[in-house]
Design a protein around this ligand. Structure first.
Ligand code: GLA
Length: 701
């Protein structure tokens, strides 16, 4: 047995490797001192054989199989094309080689009889995020189908007994459920060709005693399969095994003789608490995933035409909206659905990516010219991967959509999905979008995907990435947003290629606050589109004050998705004031360390971003407080010894401002130490539902 350790800034992983045998991760935790005796470390966690266990107890380790009596799910479930009725092929993978440096380990396994090789890399990256990738190649004679394609296999240290998973639906993304890890484990998969609204490709394990957390994510925009097998029957060593795999979309993934499957990738990170976990993921994304992140300018304030105008588009109407938008401080105008072909409603014309002469008799040029006069740039909505049966594209190429020969072609939102594995389809789409980007100065594409994929294949995601990559290479300055009826396709695979995601179609501030809190656990605020919607909200019907809507929308990539012409003068003033505040603070919000603020009232959500001696916090009360005097809000991430000037940036929430005992002191600023701000906190009026406060801090010494 040999041992390899990988060290991050605050984390250590120790692997035990046995030539011709198994590989295991025998330590995953806080960084160990230099010189730790790794053999002793492994011995300290090993136990002898107990009753009712195979004579040689199985070690599921990093590549679980059935061969030695482990009852969980094998990492590779193969069906032999030559003998499909025989069921799952019996495998015998053994470690053949490995190679390690300080932050990286490669392990190769082989099943000598089948000729299948598995190569897996473990890399500790920025933010101490561990990137795991897995390559599978078939050097043998046989042809196989894999159920799904494994990315991550991780034995879970036994102290992590809490499990938080995410689920959701359209307009209700990322609802957290925390439970104690159950003996029957956990399983979740998508099966709609994309991760979906539920965030099942993310999970967080926690140690309820110490608060330490361990989160994992499958970095892929197609189907996922997540599973935890607990070792309650006692065949293994008592640890559960977490597996994350690219889903086979029901058809499986072929592994033909001579083929090499593209690497499947997952990430995981360990942190002392959920704020530190968020900061690790954000650091990793900013440094290594988001395209050329360091070259991004300030995230411009958007106005999107969808909630304001829907399909009711015309050049004069859009110009009037743009003029209104400019007066509020908007910097980018996004023309949403309805600008192309015969698309006057959502049942037609997807695929006909030609500017509609009915809506724009003079093309898009006059609108864009007016936007530029007003100091705004121009963004355009597209949904390239889809086709409407009622479209010129479909009439010309009815075979270009995903379908089963001889079967019905069921639609969703009146549309079908194009087969992105087909080169002709990709060439057509590239041609159309490239032509638009060449003809018009388009700064931004909102790239949508509104239909689940049925039928689907894993090749669909590769085709989507190939098209996106080709367009990005041809137009590197165009920013792109990933939208999928809201947050239906958000993952680190797509985030390698886009600048922003649309977290939800739900702009209702109370829902959005929850959704942003959940996504920001993994994604930094600068990629999370966050728009002020109309009141009443079209999805929930809820009426919310502009002050509350605007304050919460500042914590993300801010925008407006409402018609300013339908706002009162006071609402416009309040909105403009918050847009100005966002511009003042976005440098901090989009570069700093995010802290989740705890509060005894479960209806109070607090978060704060600290960057280079400055910090801005948002504290929002959603329900009616049971007490008049809410517990003080304790801040986080400050230097305890430093002194800070604390102000409450105006405008203040109209219904709560009169509860401030000492308004002048809050205007002039209080000076307090980091220790006082984090230990005792600030008493804010939070008794009314739908009240939010901003807290600004500046370090003085
Ligand atoms: C999807 C998006 C919306 C909007 C509509 C347009 O639902 O999520 O934001 O763009 O499509 O049809």
């Amino acid at each position: 047995m040999e041992f390899v350790r990988l060290d991050g800034a605050a984390v250590t992983l120790v692997f035990a490797l046995e030539q011709g045998g198994t590989a295991d991760c025998v330590y995953l935790g806080a960084r160990l001192p230099e010189g730790e005796d790794l053999g002793a470390l492994a011995a300290a966690s090993a136990r002898g054989r107990h009753e009712s266990q195979p004579d040689v107890p199985p070690r599921p380790g990093l590549l679980p199989e059935r061969k030695a009596g482990w009852s969980g799910t094998p990492a590779l479930r193969l069906i032999d094309h030559a003998n499909p009725l025989a069921g799952e092929v019996a495998t015998d993978f053994r470690v053949s080689q490995w190679d390690a440096s300080a932050r990286e380990l490669w392990i190769g396994w082989q099943d000598a009889r089948l000729g299948i090789h598995v190569d897996r890399w473990w890399r500790i990256r920025a933010g101490d995020v561990v990137r795991v990738s897995c390559d599978i190649s078939n050097h043998g004679e046989g042809n196989f189908t894999l159920d799904d394609q494994p990315a991550l296999v991780l034995p879970i240290p036994a102290r992590f007994t809490g499990l938080t998973t995410f689920s959701g639906r359209w307009a209700g993304e990322m609802r957290e459920t925390r439970r104690t890890m159950a003996p029957d484990g956990y399983a979740s998969q998508s099966g709609i060709g994309k991760p979906g609204f539920g965030g099942g490709n993310w999970l967080i394990l926690d140690d309820p005693q110490a608060g330490e957390v361990l989160a994992a994510h499958l970095a892929c925009s197609g189907d996922y399969s997540t599973r935890i097998d607990c070792d309650t029957k006692g065949q293994g060593d008592g640890r559960g095994v977490l597996q994350m795999a690219r889903g086979g979309s029901g058809n499986g993934i072929s592994l033909l003789s001579g083929t090499d499957l593209d690497q499947a990738e997952a990430v995981f990170a360990l942190a002392p608490d959920r704020s530190a976990l968020a900061q690790g993921f954000h650091e990793y994304l900013r440094a290594e995933v988001l395209p050329a992140r360091k070259d991004w300018g300030p995230r411009k304030v958007h106005l999107n035409s969808w909630e304001a105008l829907g399909f009711n588009l015309s050049e004069p109407g859009l110009i009037a909206l743009a003029e209104d938008a400019a007066s509020l401080g908007i910097e980018r105008f996004v023309l949403d659905d309805g600008w192309f072909g015969g698309r006057r409603n959502d049942q037609t014309s997807l695929g006909d990516w030609f500017v509609s002469p009915d809506v724009f008799p003079n093309g898009l040029a006059p609108l864009i010219a007016r936007l530029h006069d007003l100091g705004m740039d121009f963004g355009l909505w597209v949904e390239p991967e889809m086709v409407s049966p009622d479209s010129d594209l479909y009439r010309a190429h009815p075979d270009w959509c995903l379908h089963v020969e001889g079967r019905e072609r069921p639609t969703m939102r009146g549309q079908l999905a194009l087969d992105m594995s087909c080169q002709d389809v990709r060439d057509y789409l590239f041609g159309r979008i490239d032509a638009l980007l060449q003809e018009y100065p388009i700064a931004y594409l909102k790239w949508d995907h509104n239909r689940d994929l049925f039928p689907s294949t894993p090749c669909q995601t590769e085709g989507y990435y190939a098209l996106l990559d080709a367009l990005r290479a041809a137009h590197p300055r165009v920013e792109i947003e990933s939208c999928s009826s809201g947050g239906g396709r958000i993952d680190f695979g797509v985030l390698r290629r886009v600048h922003r995601v649309w977290p939800s179609d739900n702009n209702d501030t109370i829902e959005r606050l929850r959704i942003i809190s959940a996504w920001s656990q993994f994604l930094p605020l600068e990629v999370l589109g966050s728009h002020v919607g109309p009141s009443p909200n079209p999805i929930t019907g809820r009426r919310l004050a502009m002050d509350f809507r605007a304050k919460v929308a500042m914590f993300g990539h801010m925008g407006v998705e409402a018609d300013p012409a339908r706002m009162t003068e006071k609402e416009r003033e309040t909105l403009a004031a918050h847009i100005a505040l966002y511009k003042q603070w976005r440098g901090v919000l989009h570069s700093g360390a995010l802290h989740r603020l705890a509060h005894p009232d479960p209806d109070v959500t607090g978060m704060m971003v600290v960057h280079q001696g400055k910090a801005l916090a948002l504290v929002a009360q959603t329900a009616f407080s049971p007490v008049f005097d809410a517990a003080p809000v304790r801040l986080s991430g400050l230097d305890p010894a430093a002194r800070y000037r604390v102000t409450l940036p105006e405008p203040w929430p109209p219904r709560a401002r009169h509860y401030l005992a000492n308004p002048d002191a809050w205007r002039a600023g209080l000076t307090l130490s980091g220790a006082a701000l984090m230990g005792q906190g600030l008493a804010l009026p939070l008794t009314h539902p739908e009240t939010a406060w901003l807290i600004a801090l500046e370090k003085l010494s």
